[in-house]
Design a protein around this ligand. Sequence first.
Ligand SMILES: C[S@@+](CC[C@H](N)C(=O)[O-])C[C@H]1O[C@@H](n2cnc3c(N)ncnc32)[C@H](O)[C@@H]1O
Length: 264
Amino acid sequence: MKLSSYDILGSKEKSIAIIEETENPKEIGEKIMKEHKNIKSVLMKLSERKGVERKREYKFILGDPDTEVIHKESYCRFRLDPQKLYFSGREGTERLRIAEMVHPKETVLVMFSGVGPFSILIAKKQREVDKIPSIEINPEAVEYMKDNKKINKVQDKVIPILGDVKEKCQEWFGKCDRIVMPLPHDATSYLELAYKCLKPRGGIIHLYIIEKENEAEKAVEELMEDFQEKIKRKLTYKTRKVLPYSPRTYKYCVDIHISEGKLN
Ligand SMILES: C[S@@+](CC[C@H](N)C(=O)[O-])C[C@H]1O[C@@H](n2cnc3c(N)ncnc32)[C@H](O)[C@@H]1O
């Protein structure tokens, strides 16, 4: 039996394995659990991520039916159950990259914040950040985010907000220095709202997108031209490959710097 790749979420005390769809999941699950004593449950992916909440369907294969774990990543602990919400353990390096860019006194709006991995890591890495409003539409993810800010002792910085970004970001118009937009399949449709959340002097937007490798450069160029035309402000941007998404297609982050000056 060949073991294909699988994801592990959790800690050395309790983890779960998430395997790809296969015909002999029980056999594979048993092998994984035998090799890793901390893996207490095995789930099998049954679908792609879908719907507004970007959840996946799983089949429970074996072990403990309670699939809630505390996932450890870069000095942080995130309590979560992957069956109830979106979480990817593969994005830790990118979260750290963003957290390391944050300056003291910034207000950082995290849209689509899930259980709070960006928000909490930012609060941990930049102790002098002002505040981190974090908007998420999935109520179960928001409950976990509330729990996670306590577990990580960042209660005074992270502000969990339950609701749709389209409505909830309005109270942050003109108040933020930096916006994180980790909803790659649809974040571009929220770009103008994100711009409105920046302070009048401008700031930084981290926009996540999914593009074919050979089309990404042109797609981003067109997107930025269109955006600049709408907001009539000077901007510069840099595009980075984050992770493979599907064959020849990647998740990218576009770091957009919007400066004070208006375009003529
Ligand atoms: C790709 S996940 C990212 C979650 C989290 N930032 C992370 O890295 O684990 C996108 C999240 O956005 C949430 N979401 C989707 N549309 C939303 C909306 N209009 N308003 C607020 N949250 C939304 C989903 O429920 C999901 O948790």
